[in-house]
Design a protein around this ligand. Structure first.
Ligand SMILES: O=P(O)(O)OC[C@H]1O[C@](O)(COP(=O)(O)O)[C@@H](O)[C@@H]1O
Length: 281
């Protein structure tokens, strides 16, 4: 028989993933991590209730937020969708060298009180502060797993040594290293960068050794089809979906983009067909 905790972890993961094992999750920690200017393109989305209501209505599988925003708008996330509470972050106001650290801003108990289905934390692999983030992740994972909660790692390699050695943080050798490190530190779900091609992303998926790997959305693309093409390649590479912020909330009307993403992720539709069907092109 399984330990009670294993049952809890499995059940809670199912709130994000559909039967196809894939998920589309909305990310909304940008007001803290990047600052309110990220919302300027569509200012009404600075109000968490407004944007979360829209994405939930459009059919999103899960939502990721920091604890304070869950307190304000968590009840907009219907109980059949996954709620992911992230416990680490940083502001863009810090001195540049300190931006290679995500600090812990809340505790697993807080996330559970808020109704979380999964607990998330970032590790900047390769950062001079890697040690601090590894320890934070280990403490969060150990405590959350003990209580039957899955943990999500935003495995983001970054730092001067990576730039020096590989030229860019999106080099697949570094991204797959981060994904592997996330799997080896006990993540139940991994979110990471696009490596630029289906072939290289497939290696990232392999390196994660069965732990689902989701794309981290990135900056909004002018042409919606460009983003849908990337997500399609992620799926083709064996990725488990995407965690998307700016490509959703920086659009005047996020609904068609979400519906097109659902077509690509869950219905294996061709990105161009999906974009046309939703009136994006
Ligand atoms: O550290 P970066 O690359 O500036 O971006 C971090 C942001 O990207 C995310 O991981 C994903 O959001 P986006 O889809 O907007 O890239 C957010 O959770 C986070 O705020």
């Amino acid at each position: 028989m399984d330990a009670y905790q294993s049952v809890g972890i499995r059940r809670r993961l199912k709130r994000f993933f559909r039967r196809d094992g894939r998920a589309l999750i909305f990310a909304m920690d940008h007001g803290f991590e990047h600052g309110p200017t990220d919302f300027e393109p569509v200012w009404e989305h600075i109000n968490p209730r407004i944007i979360i209501r829209k994405v939930v209505r459009a059919g999103i599988d899960g939502v990721m937020m920091l604890p304070g925003i869950v307190r304000m708008a968590g009840d907009e996330v219907k109980s059949d969708r996954g709620l992911m509470v992230k416990l680490t972050s940083k502001t863009n106001l810090r001195p540049k060298e300190e931006q290679l650290l995500q600090s812990q801003l809340g505790f697993v108990d807080d996330a559970i009180k808020l109704g979380a289905d999964a607990i998330a934390a970032t590790v900047y692999w390769g950062s001079p502060q890697e040690d601090v983030m590894m320890r934070q992740f280990a403490e969060i994972a150990s405590y959350a797993h003990d209580l039957g909660f899955p943990v999500v790692q935003f495995a983001y390699p970054r730092g001067p040594y990576i730039n020096e050695k590989y030229g860019r943080k999106e080099d697949y050798r570094v991204v797959m290293y981060g994904a592997r490190a996330a799997a080896e530190t006990g993540a139940d779900m991994i979110k990471t960068y696009w490596t630029g091609s289906k072939e290289t992303f497939a290696k990232v998926v392999d390196a994660a050794a069965g732990v689902p790997v989701l794309l981290s959305g990135g900056a909004k693309t002018e042409n919606p089809l460009d983003f849908l093409n990337v997500v399609w390649e992620v799926i083709e590479a064996g990725g488990a979906g995407a965690v998307v912020g700016r490509n959703i909330f920086q659009r005047e009307n996020p609904e068609p983009m979400i519906k097109a993403l659902i077509r690509v992720i869950h219905r294996n539709e061709d990105p161009e067909e999906a974009a046309k069907a939703e009136g994006l092109i």
